[in-house]
Design a protein around this ligand. Structure first.
Ligand code: NDP
Length: 340
């Protein structure tokens, strides 16, 4: 039974990673910021013992040596999955709220593994398409993104606005991880996963829409009637289902060819207009929250959009991506309990 440390267990993506790890027989310790969050997750697994699911409190991943204690375990860890990183736009200081936790959290956990967990063989990091895409090129229809692309964003550009701050946080953190691997030659391999907008069912212990994860907000807004007057334009046009992405994390643990590899994890394209059409077709009870069929906005850019080549993740990790209508329907169903 492989013992895995999963960071950021209270998060949207981590919740699905945790589900797969538990289902597939792993022994997991997950980090959370408070015992209250640990208790919420524990309640979702009433029959799973502490030998299979346990918790470590890491209040702030940006702090020096934040993960030192969490990495000491009996039995010892063989792998680490690092998902914790801020993904929200409630930011007053880009450096403090986004860059520091992303970058120091990533380099911090790698340093702590070297110091405290010599048995760790594999580290998987949830990076982002934000570290791949060149935001200054716009739709760039003549370009195909692959794992070779890096966002060229600079520190100065990072502080221009919060969206740039988030993109930079992911770019600088992932670059720092690869630099660490090259310079320190540690005893573990590294895999980074670069998903675009992650959609899919919300976690079972979500207590209210106030704490809904950022990437599902678009579907939540849509079914709450916020698109009625005008369908907003997309910030990003590529997506993946959270369950497929979670499975990639687990497959990366299990697949020797994933060692020291970077993966784009993209299921395909979407625009907000398509989300509206899917909800209109499949969720009759929400129809009165939707915009009129001829309302404006939310389509693809007129001149086309970049291509994204995710063939590597299909080939090496054996992923078959879910289809957009299924993901949207499952997401809406998971949100229904909050609407009345
Ligand atoms: P969530 O906001 O749901 O999860 C983020 C997790 O990180 C939470 O557990 C959060 O804890 C934790 N966290 C954030 N900052 C700190 C900190 N300073 N100290 C301790 N813990 C912290 O986001 P997602 O699940 O969507 O994102 C998970 C990862 O996936 C992130 O690395 C994100 O960048 C990446 N990603 C997400 C995409 C998406 O569309 N969702 C797309 C591409 C990449 P708490 O809840 O207690 O604040």
């Amino acid at each position: 039974m492989m013992r895995v440390l999963l960071t950021g267990g209270s998060g949207f993506i981590a919740a699905h990673v945790l589900d797969y790890l538990i289902q597939q027989g792993y022994s997991v310790v997950t980090t959370v910021r408070s015992t209250a969050k640990a208790d919420q997750i524990r309640a979702a697994y009433p029959t799973v013992g502490t030998d299979r699911l346990d918790f470590a409190i890491v209040e702030d991943i940006a702090q020096e040596d934040a993960f030192d204690d969490a990495l000491v375990s009996t039995p010892p860890f063989e792998a680490v999955i690092h998902t914790a990183s801020p993904f929200h736009f409630n930011v007053t200081d880009v450096q403090r709220d986004l860059l520091d936790p992303a970058i120091k959290g990533t380099t911090g956990i790698l340093k702590s593994i070297v110091k405290k967990a010599p048995t760790v063989k594999k580290v998987i990091i949830t990076s982002s398409f934000a570290s791949v895409v060149n935001p200054f090129k716009g739709p760039w229809p003549e370009h195909t993104y692959t794992e070779k692309d890096w966002n060229p964003i600079t520190l100065d550009q990072a502080s221009e606005n919060v969206a740039n701050g988030y993109r930079a946080s992911k770019t600088f953190a992932e670059k720092a991880a690869w630099r660490f691997l090259k310079q320190e030659k540690p005893h573990f391999s590294l895999t980074t996963l670069c998903p675009p907008q992650v959609l899919g069912p919300v976690i079972s212990h979500l207590s209210s829409l106030d704490s809904l994860n950022t990437s599902n907000q678009v579907i939540c807004d849509l079914i709450q009637g916020k698109f009625k007057d005008k369908v907003p334009e997309n910030a990003t046009f590529t997506w993946v289902d959270v369950r497929d992405l979670a499975l990639c994390h687990v497959r990366a643990l299990e697949t020797p060819e994933a060692a020291d590899q970077r993966f784009l994890v993209t299921a395909g394209y979407f625009c907000n207009r398509e989300l509206v059409d899917i909800v209109r077709e499949h969720h009759d009870q929400i129809r009165n929250q939707l915009p009129a069929e001829d309302s404006a906005g939310g389509g693809y850019p007129k001149g086309g959009i970049y291509q994204v080549d995710s063939s590597k993740v299909v080939k090496i990790l054996g992923i078959t991506f879910k289809k957009l209508p299924d993901t949207v329907m499952d997401t809406v169903n998971s949100l229904q309990r909050f609407l009345s």
